[in-house]
Design a protein around this ligand. Structure first.
Ligand code: R5P
Length: 317
């Protein structure tokens, strides 16, 4: 019988089968047969149905909605692999949920991103791979190698194909996102504007100050997450009020909770472009102003390079 001897294996949870299969197709490696199902009381049961002893296993699972179920699936899959003697386990988490809870916002509150990092490590991960972490320093919450990939090359390719670059202005929707937006602006050689949200007095609504000359420009908002859509809807209005000709948004992770898809469809945002780090719902797929770019090639290439111990960072040079 053939031994694995470090051979690459891909195991997928249920969060994003389409992306996992696309990664498998890119790597010409079919997903390892595994059952990830529920008992009647909704406990999760996992059974890896192929020999993984000695294998280099990549577990693909975004901890997206329902975040707790998908996180638990990831942990249990890794436990099963560890007990089945996989040689190395990499948790590939294209969307790392709980990342926004990366510090104590007040007394007696948790740092849930750190707790999740601990859980992933204790469940058996030897490495972690993720995409556009909400805050880069979350990498330091892990004491195992952690690759934070960037979706920007995929976005830059799309922007180059669709826009006249000389008319563009890249915009950060808040002061916290400036580094991310500046990185993309540099890649397409476009100027940068910033929206400074301020609440002058408690109880008064937020004032949006646009720092930068956006009049007559096609604005591209850059952010890591779109959740309720409120940030983008308000930013688009503020930019149009300052004379922007159109407003688009390129956002890595389409969390799109609650009524976000409708809120965005009813807004002045011309188009929202997200990646498939989170599996798009039917509402997202059919929305009038949402388009999805795939990061399957990016993740596939990073997995291939990790397996053959080549540089991953050079993917972003
Ligand atoms: C916040 O720090 C993030 O970068 C996003 O700006 C935020 O999560 C977007 O949330 P929403 O779409 O609910 O305004």
């Amino acid at each position: 019988m053939a031994s694995n001897n470090g051979a690459m294996r891909l195991v997928a949870g249920n969060s994003n089968r389409a992306l996992s299969e696309a990664v498998g197709a890119y790597l010409a490696t079919p997903l390892t047969k595994a059952v990830v199902r529920r008992f009647a009381d909704m406990e999760i049961f996992v059974e890896i149905q192929e020999n993984v002893r000695g294998a280099d296993v990549f577990v693909l699972q975004s901890t997206s909605f329902p975040a707790n179920d998908h996180l638990m699936e990831l942990l249990i899959i890794m436990d099963a692999l560890r007990r089945a003697s996989a040689r190395r386990i990499t948790a590939v988490v294209p969307y790392f949920g709980y990342a926004r809870q990366d510090r104590k916002p007040g007394p007696r509150t948790p740092i849930s991103a750190k707790l999740v990092a601990n859980l992933i490590t204790r469940a058996g991960a030897d490495r972690v791979m993720t995409v556009d972490l909400h805050a880069g320093q979350i990498q330091g919450f892990f004491d195992i190698p952690t690759d934070n990939l960037y979706a920007s090359p995929v976005m830059v390719r799309d922007i180059r194909e669709r826009f006249d670059l000389s008319t563009l202005m890249v915009v950060s929707p808040d002061v916290g996102g400036v580094v991310r937006a500046r990185g993309l602006a540099k890649r397409i050689n476009a100027p940068l504007a910033i929206i400074d949200k301020r609440r002058e007095r408690a109880g008064e609504s937020e004032v949006m100050n646009v720092i930068g000359e956006v009049d007559g420009r096609t604005c591209i908002l850059i952010d890591d997450i779109v959740d309720s859509g409120g940030t983008l809807v308000n930013a688009a209005e503020a930019l149009l009020l300052q004379g922007a000709s159109d407003v688009y948004a390129y956002i890595s992770h389409g969390v799109l909770s609650g009524g976000a898809v409708k809120r965005l469809a009813d807004s002045k945002l011309k188009e929202l472009v997200i990646t498939d780090s989170i599996e798009p719902t039917a509402a997202v797929r059919t929305a009038r102003n949402i388009r999805v770019l795939s990061i399957a090639t990016l993740i596939g290439e990073a997995i291939g390079r990790t397996a053959s111990e080549e540089s991953v960072s050079s993917l972003f040079d």
